[in-house]
Design a protein around this ligand. Structure first.
Ligand code: RUQ
Ligand code: CUA
Length: 656
């Protein structure tokens, strides 16, 4: 015990020494970064479009933000795991089911790693997936509409962190658990963790046409922490790699206790083999409860279905499917180069950066060169799988991306820098400071077989003096570098929103061409849609009052409503009749306990209002839609609970 504490203090003091490293040195070099020449490289003239989209994770905002590169302009925040009053996501009746889980309605999430769908190893711009860490979920966003259209909860998982990365043809989006837990969950002493908790690695199939997600199987691994993951590609397509830490299986003071082993593992999973096993009936169906939420494009409404079982696979039942590659010192990022040969383990506490060889791994497996096993899973020998290591490139490596030109770029949290190095020779080619304490970095397409290596941006944990201060809370910063030359060149700082764990980026064209402009009214199958004034009405069902309402520049129909009583539950079903790009209308009514609605052209959305006070209450359009936007308003009369005011509605004439 004493020894543990001593070594912990040593580790801590090293970390403290580096994290508190005076940033003043770095600050000194920031002047001159924006010479004219550089300003031109990021200048996108008014009215011109950026060349790239960047989708930056919002971390604890639970959402995903869309940026343009190289300008660093923010275009949109896409609500995913958190309620979003700006559009009514998670507040409107149609979207509330998206946030349903087996733990009930959850208004918040912690999003981490976005990844764009791929075809033949190239990003195709159809969908973007992102994981929620806290209440394990994977979401899919349709890049035609930039809307979250599906969320699936991941059972047997806790801290869904080694997610959400897609295989070469988007066969699967993969989610691995960071925290191991009892599977199934049960009441047991925490101290009995070791040997009893398990780590689930989930393979969620994605239907080729529709993109529909379904958990195909979960591999129940030993109780380590599965931190990050990446698919094999090219020659290693069919495999998936996961970094692990806490192979010590400690349940307390992990800061110390999970840093004891000299090497943890990268788990190499031959998912093709397991898929085949499962297709032949392998694995067992296990009772589990998890929500599957799907948004229907035509009804504009989400439904939530509670699933009851999941297929689980014990890895030792599938010989030759799972192996452990020893990797120094609590590796964090697990990154595979575009060729699929190199697997980089970013050992947080390691002096060197370890790179494994896929070819050598296969060879060692074939020749059964094992060095024992962990819970029946063969461990390969470090020397047998090592491709090489980058010697002392920096301190605290976290993540690596690739430019497709044979170079890798690794972020170093403690020494606050991005280091460029060469695959194969392992020599360091360049290093540039980041401001400050960088986490992830992204190269457009960097997570595919075909990176588009013109830009790289780093996402930093500490902002400090980079912008005008905004009180104790500063938004995290991103920094854009030009990587087209031999040396990286810092072009731009821009603020992000929430905490940007990772981002996915790509050239704009594919997405831009497919981007939807309106919802076609003819395809609107919402059960409460109204298409003409004749369809508008107010219907009472017990204490529920349903208002079928339309909006068009610049009025609501109906705009006078009477006959509602205190204690009623009023549903405003609002259809936006516009069929022009970028003409939303909004809706809000005084005293509403939800948010406004923002209704896109052709869409129907519903807001519930439960009036508690007698009176005549106004409602209005919240989006400045037209010259007569201020006139876009109406009144709803609320009578006492026992009144018998008749139900009436009108527009354009006074209610009699
Ligand atoms: S993890 S640094 Cu999700 Cu690296 Cu963010
Ligand atoms: Cu409609 Cu303002």
């Amino acid at each position: 015990m004493k020894k543990i504490i001593k070594s912990s203090l040593a580790v801590l003091s090293v970390l403290v020494a580096f994290t508190s490293c005076n940033n003043s040195e770095k600050t000194a070099s920031k002047s001159g970064a924006l010479s004219n020449n550089i300003a031109e490289k990021v200048y996108v003239a008014p009215g011109e479009h950026d060349s790239h989209y960047a989708f930056i994770s919002g971390g604890y905002s639970g959402n995903l933000t869309v940026y343009g590169l190289p300008s660093g302009r923010m275009f949109k925040e896409i609500p995913v795991f958190s309620q979003f009053p700006t559009s009514g996501y998670g507040y409107s009746e149609e979207t509330k089911p998206m946030l349903n889980t087996s733990h009930g309605f959850i208004p918040w999430g912690d999003s981490h790693h976005p990844d764009i769908s791929q075809t033949n190893g190239e990003i195709d711009g159809r969908f973007i997936f992102i994981n929620e860490n806290n209440t394990p979920r994977i979401a899919k966003i349709d890049l035609k509409t930039f809307e979250t259209t599906e969320i699936i909860e991941v059972p047997n998982s806790a801290g869904n962190h080694s997610s959400s990365f897609v295989t070469e043809n988007t066969e699967y989006v993969v989610a691995g658990t960071r925290f191991s837990v009892p599977v199934p969950q049960r009441d047991m002493p925490i101290k009995d963790y070791k040997g009893n908790f398990q780590g689930a690695l989930s393979f969620i199939s994605v239907a080729p046409e529709t993109g529909n997600m379904d958990i195909k199987f979960q591999i129940l691994m030993p109780g380590f922490n599965y931190d990050l993951s990446h698919p094999g590609r090219g020659k290693s397509h069919g495999w998936f790699f996961f970094t692990t830490y806490n192979t010590e299986e400690a349940s307390t003071l992990l800061e110390v206790n999970a840093s004891q082993n000299d090497k943890d593992f990268i788990a190499a999973v031959n998912w093709k083999k397991i898929e085949e096993y499962v297709n032949n009936g392998g694995g067992t169906m296990m009772p589990a409860e998890y929500a599957h939420n799907v948004y229907d494009e035509h009804t504009h409404t989400a439904t939530s279905t509670m699933k009851k079982e999941v297929r689980v696979v014990n890895p030792i039942d599938v010989p030759g499917a799972v192996f452990f590659l020893p990797t120094p010192k609590s590796p964090h990022g697990c990154d595979v180069d575009p060729s699929g040969e190199y697997i980089v383990g970013n050992g947080k506490l390691s002096a060197n950066l370890t790179v494994h060889s896929f070819t050598k791994m296969l060879d060692a497996i074939e020749n059964k060169k094992f060095d024992g096993d962990a819970y029946g899973i063969p461990i390969l020998k470090f020397e047998d799988v090592l491709a090489g290591s980058v010697e002392q490139p920096g301190l605290g490596p976290l993540h690596t991306e690739f430019d497709g030109q044979g170079n890798a770029y690794t972020t170093f949290f403690i020494s606050s820098e991005v280091v460029k190095w060469k695959l194969g020779t392992w020599e360091v080619l360049d290093r540039k400071p980041t401001y400050y304490s960088v986490g992830h970095l992204t190269i457009p397409g960097g997570n595919s077989g075909k990176p588009q290596g013109k830009y790289m941006f780093a996402m930093n944990k500490i902002t400090k003096d980079r912008y005008l201060p905004t009180g104790p809370e500063m938004e995290h910063s991103a920094q854009l570098y030009d990587i087209s030359g031999d040396k990286m060149e810092l072009l731009l700082d821009f603020p992000t929103h929430g905490e940007p764990h990772y981002a996915a980026a790509m050239e704009a064209n594919l997405i831009k061409e497919r981007s939807q402009k309106i919802y076609n009214l003819e395809e609107n199958k919402h059960p409460y849609a109204a298409f003409t004034d004749a369809d508008t009405k107010v219907v009472r069902k017990g204490n529920e009052v349903h208002i079928y309402m339309t909006t068009i520049r610049s009025h609501f129909s109906p705009d006078n409503i009477e006959g509602v009583k205190v204690g009623d539950k009023v549903f405003f079903h609002v259809t936006n009749l516009e069929q022009d790009f970028d003409v939303p209308h909004g809706f809000a009514v005084l005293g509403q306990n939800t948010s406004e609605l923002l209704i896109m052209p052709g869409q129907t959305k519903t807001s519930i209002w439960e009036p508690t006070k007698v009176g005549v209450w106004p409602f209005y359009c919240t989006d400045f839609c037209s010259a007569l936007h201020q006139e876009m308003q109406g009144y709803i009369r609320v009578s006492p609970a026992n009144a018998n005011t008749p139900l009436k509605w009108s527009m354009g004439e006074d209610i009699e």
